[in-house]
Design a protein around this ligand. Structure first.
Ligand SMILES: Cc1cc2nc3c(=O)[nH]c(=O)nc-3n(C[C@H](O)[C@H](O)[C@H](O)COP(=O)(O)O)c2cc1C
Length: 196
């Protein structure tokens, strides 16, 4: 065995979506974030386009600016009859109660040779690597995808082109209390074996 499978299984199965509302004020350190980002680079990616891009909101000031920006984007991009005060409040509060926030986007290959879906998939894999690394540190992560991240206004805020895509806002922080548990269906529910 090349790796300790028991630990690999534990790590993969322990990764949980832990919302910022469950974070303590304990700070995630910059070297921990750097390792998450380094491991994110090791995701599979077709044509080695390495389409992942990360914007890291670390300081109090950066997270306050993000909080304000998300509130503004929500108001700008949500039709009046769909605006919801509770959703807005959550969006504005989350950057403030997280230790760090990472916005992840896909940078579209200029030649557009690789299908777009594959570049999106590669970035999704990179987010998983990031989350698994956070899990190894005992740091909680939460991949959030409010509708506003898919708007042109969001791309403008991030300074990315119209062809690029924001995939998510990842909130990071140490969780309060016990590490949450989850469950999955047995493989019989989703797997067909072709044995003949
Ligand atoms: C592409 C993607 C987008 C997601 N967006 C949200 C979101 O907007 N809000 C949310 O509560 N969870 C979001 N999640 C997290 C899922 O809700 C979560 O993975 C699922 O409930 C399973 O829980 P677990 O991650 O703890 O195993 C997202 C996950 C993925 C893969």
């Amino acid at each position: 065995m090349k790796f300790n499978l028991s630990e690999v299984n534990d790590l993969i199965r322990s990764r949980r979506s832990i919302p910022p509302e469950h974070f303590t004020s304990r700070k995630v350190q910059k070297d921990q974030i750097e390792l998450m980002l380094k491991n994110a680079q090791w995701a599979p990616n077709h044509g080695k386009t390495q389409p992942w891009r990360f914007q890291v909101y670390l300081s109090d000031t950066a997270r306050q600016e993000l909080s304000q920006a998300l509130g503004k984007l929500y108001m700008e991009t949500t039709p009046d009859d769909q605006q919801n005060d509770a959703k807005l409040a959550k969006l504005v509060r989350r950057p403030l109660i997280s230790s760090v926030v990472i916005i992840v986007s896909m940078s579209r290959q200029l030649e557009e040779k690789i299908p777009e879906i594959e570049e999106i998939e590669a970035v999704a894999c990179s987010i998983l690597n990031l989350q698994l690394t956070a899990t190894a540190y005992g740091i909680g992560s939460f991949w959030s995808s409010p509708k506003l991240i898919y708007t042109k206004e969001m791309n403008e805020f991030l300074g990315i082109t119209e062809k690029d895509k924001c995939l998510g806002i990842v909130y990071l922080g140490y969780p309060k209390g016990d590490w949450p548990k989850s469950h999955r269906k047995p493989i019989e529910y989703n797997t067909v074996w072709k044995t003949q």
